[in-house]
Ligand binder design. Structure first.
Ligand code: PLP
Length: 403
């Protein structure tokens, strides 16, 4: 993934920064487009995963719509030409200001997450003499078999409307003349790699759409959300998610009736492998029980390991560039092989004044030194967008492979 030229380029740059592998991004988008268009499925990019402007512009080139969770994301989607007719707006706590903005923009659909929200959207639409298009986000109570911090479709989660509340939803829809009911929406969690989970989701969607239709509602849109996972362990050998199998499950198990559209909201699977966080070793601290590599990047640049106990592959690019395959003589090669074969265990930590500011414990790496370049891989989703200014840190930069 990182050739000698790239590493030489990094050596001249100030760290930390996000490095965007734009070729990986394009290949991923192409794979998703090919697999989804086969069945006429509509894919909205879940902008929360990464709203880097360059990334958004590239994603837009592939014809995807946008899935937004704030008024500012709605604005960004429109500014980046996703087209307001392709914008869906989810979120458990949409403010009146955000709803009004989306009404003014005539977006494709609000994914409403409570009965009270339905009534608020109806009232705000009425004040503007508009009709708001609505899908109901429902908790199908399907276990996503993923980390409990990123499970969203169970009765105990704050998102969506539970099935026992559906009679109340039906009544609200009948009493809200400024709402146009488009269909039903689901999102059960993230980093899902077991296709059986999606099969279970299809079964629940089929039951729930029958429930609505039995009561006289017409469903035009079935929005199944996002959540497809990526391979954090093997970013080089498995950089593109299995879109073929993913969409095929929905084709096989979702009961799609004539005139219905199937929508998806993928985030992580589209952008996750397209960036690495590049940082430098500031200090090597050898303790009695532990060795620490203190990086110049921490939870302020990539918070996933600290927030969700997420795993990211960590590589020492400076030692890698000395490895035999980059054109050394045989004697140099054998010296270096000896060198790189000395594997050390390090706790790789950031500089932030929090003991949770640790990327990973006991990482196997070649002996590492102050100034070495470190790559934290698979950081394209929920990475740069979650960066913060805690400790009054500088905002992390971004560098692109195509510059
Ligand atoms: C409503 C909704 N749709 C889509 C997504 C995208 O999920 P992922 O990035 O796992 O595909 C999320 C993520 O939290 C979400 O909340």
């Amino acid at each position: 993934m990182f050739n000698t030229n790239t590493i030489t380029r990094f050596q001249q740059l100030e760290t930390p920064f996000y490095y965007y592998h734009l070729d990986v991004l394009r290949q991923t988008l192409e794979a998703c487009r090919t697999a989804s268009s086969k069945y006429g499925f509509h894919v909205h990019y879940a902008m929360k995963a990464n709203f880097n402007p360059k990334v958004l512009d590239i994603i837009r080139e592939y014809g995807f719509g946008a899935d937004c969770v704030s008024g500012n994301e709605v604005k960004a989607a429109i500014a980046h030409n996703f087209g307001k007719e392709n914008v869906v707006f989810a979120g458990v706590g949409k403010s009146d200001k955000e709803i009004n903005l989306a009404l003014d923009e005539d977006i494709f659909c609000f994914n409403a997450e409570s009965v009270q929200e339905l009534i608020v959207i109806n009232d705000l639409a009425k004040a503007k003499n508009k009709i708001a298009k609505i899908a109901i986000r429902i908790n199908p109570n399907v276990d996503a078999h993923t980390h409990h911090f990123i499970t969203t479709g169970l009765d105990e989660n704050k998102f969506g409307i539970n099935t026992w509340q559906l009679p109340e939803v039906a009544e609200a829809l009948r009493n809200c003349p400024n709402l146009q009911f488009l269909g039903i929406h689901f999102h059960i969690g993230s980093q899902i790699t077991d296709m059986e989970v999606y099969k279970n989701l299809c079964t629940r969607i089929n039951e729930i759409q029958d429930w609505f239709e039995d009561r006289g509602f017409t469903i035009k849109v079935l929005n199944t959300g996002g959540g497809l996972g990526i391979d954090y362990q093997n970013p080089d050998t498995n950089s593109i998610s299995d879109f073929e199998s993913y969409f095929k499950v929905f084709k096989q198990f979702l009961n799609v009736k004539p005139g219905q559209e199937v929508h998806f909201e993928l985030g992580r699977a589209l952008v996750g492998q397209s960036a690495s966080l590049i940082s430098r070793v500031l200090y090597v601290k050898n303790g009695q029980k532990k060795n620490f590599l203190v990086l110049d990047a921490g939870m302020t640049e990539l918070i996933r390991p600290m927030l969700y106990q997420a795993y990211h592959l960590i590589e020492n690019l400076s030692r890698k560039s000395e490895s035999p395959e980059v054109g050394k003589s045989e004697s140099e090669e054998s010296q270096i092989s000896n060198l790189v074969s000395q594997i050390y265990k390090y706790d790789v930590v950031g500089p932030i004044c929090e003991s949770t500011d640790c990327f990973q414990k006991d990482v196997d790496l070649p002996e590492s030194f102050r100034g070495d370049l470190i790559a934290v891989r698979t950081a394209g989703a929920y990475g740069e967008v979650m960066a913060s200014g805690y400790n009054l840190r500088d905002r992390v930069g971004s560098v692109y492979s195509e510059e």
